[in-house]
Design a protein around this ligand. Sequence first.
Ligand code: ADP
Length: 254
Amino acid sequence: MSPKTIISVNDLHKSYGDFKAVQGISFEVFEGEIFGLLGPNGAGKSTTLEIIETLREKTSGAILVDGIDLDKSPEAIKKIIGVQLQSSGFYPNLNLIELIHLFVGLYQNQVDAIELLKKVNLEDKAKAKYKELSGGQKQRFSIATTLINNPKIIFLDEPTTGLDPQARRNLWELIKEIRDNGTTVIITTHYMDEAEILCDRVAIVDSGKIISINTPNALIDELVATGFEKVKEVKKANLEDVFIHLTGKEWRED
Ligand code: ADP
């Protein structure tokens, strides 16, 4: 069965004055996949995503989200996507239930706050203030807020930056669960191990252009086929495995 396209971006350009930040990007995201946008700082990832999220004006190009034309109905697109806010958007002294009600007010939607917290394994923390959460819990809460309007697609911007290895793995499982429940996930990350484990497909962006797009496996195979070899012999475990092994089980509450 061929995959259904849920986002299509065609020849997207964005200039800031004379500077061309995005220079003719085209790609498709398939329904139900975790799609990674990878690339060095300044490559144009955030610009591209914020245009799709209807938060930034494009210079030219065509974008369809679930069949909706961005130029015609940006408001309709807003209703079917969830965008992760930077944590600075949360009031530190409100508890999680209060924060959810605040967001629900913004969306004018009915939401069972406890059900939402259950989805990200935070029901025990319902009465905790935001500032009392660990780094991993804050990220999980921030992902919960993207799910408030039951979106078809969520956008996660470097969701695991700064987390310890257990919290990072917990978050990977959560993101896979969200995908398995039918939501398409677009994610940016600078961690290639994470992209390899988590993403069904990735696009690599550099200087405002997509320079490669495929499954992580296929990209690795393509590189190996060119005769590339690692300088160092690969061991059966890495330092992260040592860390996880020594500090306890992966599923420790973070
Ligand atoms: P990434 O997310 O890949 O790090 P960005 O999309 O944030 O890249 O930025 C791409 C380029 O566009 C960078 O060189 C950045 O400095 C520039 N840029 C981003 N936003 C603006 C803006 N509002 N005004 C001018 N230049 C910008």
